[in-house]
Design a protein around this ligand. Structure first.
Ligand SMILES: C[S@@+](CC[C@H](N)C(=O)[O-])C[C@H]1O[C@@H](n2cnc3c(N)ncnc32)[C@H](O)[C@@H]1O
Length: 330
């Protein structure tokens, strides 16, 4: 058995063989998407068949090390989402939810719609027995907060509507929907570690770890990257183990871990819809734009006490207002 509560510089397929069968409570994996992303060591452009063969191997490894009531969350891009869902089911996983993580600050595209989402599959090994700590991830709905409407507590079906700025849609992106909104960890954000282009937001991992594991249980990340999963696991009092093949990412990840004490608050806002400013009625000046663009950087104090938004009479979003963040793309 490998030492726990650290990140190992190992290929995850080999490393998982050194973990005991049925020893892990929760695995979160954000593998390379095979889209040619530039990592320092890994080459993210395999032949499609080789990528799928490799995916089958590591997902089988995850299945082996999970406890019978264990949970597997898989983040994946459009290109292989369908294939990896089918493949995971063939290996034996049951899909509970196909979550869409909708993010702002995506990379701007000129001749296609800018990508602003990642698929996150919630798989379980046993369709009847698994951890699902509903109470640990409950938050007041927008209807409750804004309209004090108690009937809204049951939630609502997600929309298939195109939305430009989620904070202007008080009824949309409720945390109990399966379309989630968290800003991507963009270049200007304080929580950005700066050494890894795929750093995930701590709040996203926080929701996954809180709902699918209990304090003291073991969380595995086969593809550690900037070490977000293990950083959040440590903050939330879980045991953890992670792998990566990059010496640089491991060294930086370990130093990120060293700066963390269990119980530390998660970075970012738990309810980004209310921490982000809503669109003003008239376009605002550049100095104020910069201040607003930096506003999601504050460390999260809203996790324990969500801030009630001030009531405002909103006018329809104007075209000039929707372009406010165009210069913030990477
Ligand atoms: C998408 S990134 C993970 C990002 C991470 N979720 C975060 O928040 O920073 C994928 C990582 O997998 C690592 N990797 C690629 N092949 C691997 C392998 N065979 N075993 C372990 N890690 C690997 C890459 O070096 C890269 O850091």
């Amino acid at each position: 058995m490998l030492p726990l509560n650290t990140i190992h510089r190992l290929d995850c397929i080999e490393a998982m063989q050194a973990l005991g069968e049925g020893s892990v409570d929760l695995a979160f994996a954000d593998p390379p998407f095979n889209i040619g992303f530039e990592y320092d060591v890994y080459r993210d452009k395999k032949d499609p068949k080789a990528y799928l063969d490799w995916s089958r191997q590591w997902i089988s490894g995850v299945h082996r090390v999970l406890k019978p009531n264990g949970t597997f969350w898989l983040a994946i891009g459009d290109d292989y989402a369908a294939e990896l869902k089918v493949l995971s089911q063939e290996i034996g996983f049951h899909c509970r939810s196909w979550v869409i993580w909708y993010y702002t600050f995506g990379v701007n595209c000129k001749f296609k719609f800018s990508r602003s989402h990642t698929h996150i599959f919630h798989f379980v090994k046993d369709s009847k027995q698994f951890t699902f700590n509903r109470e640990a991830v409950l938050v007041p709905s927008a209807r409750q907060l804004v309209y004090a409407d108690k009937r809204a507590a049951a939630g609502r079906l997600p929309d298939d509507t195109w939305i430009l700025r989620p904070q202007d849609l008080t009824d949309g992106f409720n945390p109990d929907d399966d379309t989630w909104y968290f800003p991507r960890v963009a270049g200007t954000f304080k929580e950005r570690e700066g050494f890894h282009g795929c750093q995930m937001p701590e709040q996203l991992l926080g929701r996954i770890i809180k709902v699918s594991s209990n304090p003291g249980e073991l969380v595995l990340d086969p593809f550690s990257g900037s070490s977000t999963t293990v950083a959040v696991a440590k903050k939330l009092g879980r045991e953890f183990v992670a792998f990566d093949i990059s010496e640089e990412y491991i060294a930086r990840g370990l130093s990120r871990l060293e700066g963390i004490t269990p119980g530390d608050p998660l970075d970012g806002a738990a309810e980004p819809k209310y921490s982000a400013p809503s669109t003003p009625d008239v376009p605002i000046k550049r100095e104020r734009r910069i201040a607003i663009a930096k506003s999601p950087t504050t460390s999260d104090s809203s996790e324990k006490q969500p801030q009630k938004p001030k009531k405002s009479k909103k006018k329809p979003v104007t075209q000039s207002a929707t372009l406010l963040f165009e210069d913030a793309v990477e």
